[in-house]
Ligand binder design. Sequence first.
Ligand code: ZN
Length: 167
Amino acid sequence: MLVNTEAKILPIAQQGEAVLAQVAQLVIDPLHPSIQTLIQDMHATMLAANGVGIAAPQVFQSLRIIMVASRPNPRYPDAPPMEPIAMMNPEINWYSDEMCLGEEGCLSVANTRASVARAERLKVTYINQQGETVESEYSGFVARIIQHEVDHLNGVLFVDRLDPDLM
Ligand code: ZN
């Protein structure tokens, strides 16, 4: 991931903000400087908040961009390390039948942790920061982050998943 030392830490939308309930727009021009800058700023904001992922609506941009960046930190001491990945227009095209329960929190939902059922494995297609279309398979905690962040693009928070009607 390209890192720009001028990246800004952005305000994070909190539960109840309208932007978190909207369906985010597709990114039309992944290489546009404003999109690249937004990705840098999302990364800096996520790091500053000890997140392992972030979605553009969380920084008040209703666009289909997520950052996936599992690593051990004070909020998730057991998270596996990985190179941070920016995914534009991510589409989960396959979920395993196998589900798993795991504890989640959210930078947009203060002081709340809960166990959420997610698919153990998935395949996702996305546009990377270089504008290339990529398909990858993920499992475990990283697959959980992807499902959590893609939910943000569809106006869904993890606390909405606690409703049995959505499980
Ligand atoms: Zn979240």
